[in-house]
Design a binder for this molecule. Sequence first.
Ligand code: ZN
Length: 217
Amino acid sequence: MVSDRAKIVRRHHVHLLLPQPALGEAQSALFESAVRPAGWVADPSEPSSLSLQWRRRQDTLRLQTLGWFPLLVTVGPLGRATTAHRDAAARLTAAVAGAGGRSFTDRQLADYLPQARLRWQRALTERRRLTQAERLLEARQCSRCLAWSEPSVTHCTGCRHRFTAIDDAERETAVGQASKVIDTAATVLAELARGVLLDRIDSPGTDRPVAGMVTHG
Ligand SMILES: [Zn+2]
């Protein structure tokens, strides 16, 4: 009986994993459409890219981001827990399941959190690679003075050096390499968001979602 009661109390709080990168407009809209029919109204008093908050009469419901790539959130009452919170938790769980996500028990969450941190670090690394490579496509660098110029110019903006055929060939090679880096980074970011396991990402060819790793709880 005690454990039954504990289970019911816990259902006021849910941990949800959505196979998308982070908490953006689309994800907020999904959560919003799940709880709005039950009378929850978005509370814009604490605008944040990490959390959402709704109010319904005296009740406050808060959604807090715990991880990115994929998006991991925990949702629960701020203050006293009521049946409305339990209903909202069930609605959000159903919406996330409908969007290809899943819920975590407290135990599963504890097991997953270390990986959530690694996944976010990896995503930051890939984003940095992506940005650097994109910059290389948008500008060409002078081999003499290292200044950056528009890709179409014939002379370096920094030292007025006229780009030679050799410079152009090197530029072609650099562009080809940058394009490959962009493709790879974009693929890894998409796989991280989808929940593909880190070790699978580092040895491509197998596609198993991260949810498969969590077996107990
Ligand atoms: Zn130059």
